[in-house]
Write a protein that binds this ligand. Structure first.
Ligand SMILES: Nc1ncnc2c1ncn2[C@@H]1O[C@H](COP(=O)(O)OP(=O)(O)OP(=O)(O)O)[C@@H](O)[C@H]1O
Length: 347
């Protein structure tokens, strides 16, 4: 008989929140938030304005007290109603949307600010990693916005915090630069093996760089999933809209298939009974043999055209490559190219 394999050790948690409440007076801005980050993991906290993302980040950093639950860093409780490790003793780094560099210090001075003299070699190492070699002697006002944000990131990384918290770090950057800086920041975090929690309201940012996305809605973390799972197969109906544009089509599930206005469709997961099917507009394709759909309106947007369709008396939005021409008044045949996701019928 082969010896049985020992149980795999549970993955160590770099940062863990369990049942965290944060209140402003009688208002509970964060409600029962639970989340665990593995070492080196980059998790995006995605939610609308006012959903409690910054409040949760401030509690992790030590600037807000929790009313319930606890926060652990590498297994040690740093925050609970009964216990509070002061912010400066938490080994938590912070990066904000405003770069907050010291204007009278050089780039190297900014990055090395919190370091001991013998650690100064780390400044050069970080500058090299961020492809900013040669800029150490410049002052912040002599840098572009993207460079300033990378310097702010390096300054936070320099003392090797256990966890880095980033609050909307790209929102001051214009669209073109934003994607570039976002990808560079992700590459730097990965090169450092840094565990990081990134607050954003931009789902494209979250999708592009996070290992997992925690969706925050009205103070509650409603789903934690990989970007692909959140897009293709969200578990919660309320989380579907955070993974992409969401619309729902009534259907009747019978196992791996459902009947709906598009005919018989294969489902992303089996379902029985009345359901609402998540079909993102870009999942619909013009397909021979598909359901007849009348084009009620077409909006050309360059690369894509957005179509309003009427299918069996139901309105559906479809996003198609502009090469697939369809004009208002035409009837086209459509079918989902990605299996719709069933949710229990609402209302
Ligand atoms: N100091 C405060 N006192 C009272 N209420 C506050 C305070 N700070 C935030 N709030 C409230 O708590 C809720 C959560 O705010 P928070 O700033 O955490 O949201 P957010 O998701 O980070 O939003 P945004 O994306 O706009 O920054 C909001 O309703 C906000 O009005």
């Amino acid at each position: 008989m082969r010896p049985s394999n020992p149980e795999p050790a549970p993955a160590a948690e770099a940062l863990a929140l369990s049942g965290v409440d944060v209140c402003y007076g009688r208002f509970r801005a964060v409600r029962g938030a639970s989340l665990a980050l593995a070492p080196g993991e980059l998790v995006a906290l995605l939610g609308r304005s006012g959903s409690g993302k910054t409040t949760l980040l401030r509690a992790i950093a030590g600037f807000e007290r929790v009313a319930a639950g606890e926060i652990r860093l590498a297994g040690q409780v740093i925050e609970s109603p009964a216990h509070h490790v002061p912010a400066h003793r938490r080994s938590v780094g912070l990066v904000f949307q405003e770069y907050a560099l010291f204007p009278n210090l050089t780039v190297a001075g900014n990055i090395g600010y919190g370091l001991k003299r013998e650690e100064r070699g780390r400044v050069e190492e970080l500058l090299r990693m961020a492809h900013l070699e040669g800029l150490g002697g410049r002052y912040p006002h002599q840098l572009s916005g993207g460079q300033q944000q990378r310097v702010a990131l390096l300054r936070s990384l320099a003392p090797r915090p256990r966890v880095l918290l980033l609050d909307e770090p790209f929102s001051n950057l214009d669209a073109g630069l934003r994607v570039q800086v976002r990808d560079e920041v992700a590459a730097i975090l990965r090169a450092e093996g840094m565990t990081a929690l990134l607050v954003t309201h931009d789902r494209a940012d979250a999708m592009a760089i996070a290992d997992r996305i925690a969706v925050m809605d009205a103070g509650t973390i409603i789903e934690v999933a990989t970007p692909r799972a959140l897009y293709f197969e969200p578990a919660a109906r309320t989380a579907a809209g955070y993974g992409g544009d969401a619309q729902f089509l009534p259907g009747e599930g019978h196992g791996p298939f459902a009947a709906c206005a598009l005919g018989e469709v294969r489902l992303a997961r089996p379902f029985r009974g009345p359901c609402d099917l998540l079909i993102r507009p870009e999942w619909l394709r013009i397909r021979e043999g598909g359901a007849p759909a009348r084009v009620a309106a077409a909006r050309f947007e360059g690369a894509v055209t957005r179509l309003d369709l009427e299918v069996g008396g139901i309105r559906l939005a479809m996003t198609a490559p502009s090469s697939e021409l369809a004009a208002p008044g035409e009837t086209i045949a459509v079918a989902p190219a990605v299996p719709p996701v069933p949710f229990p019928r609402e209302g």
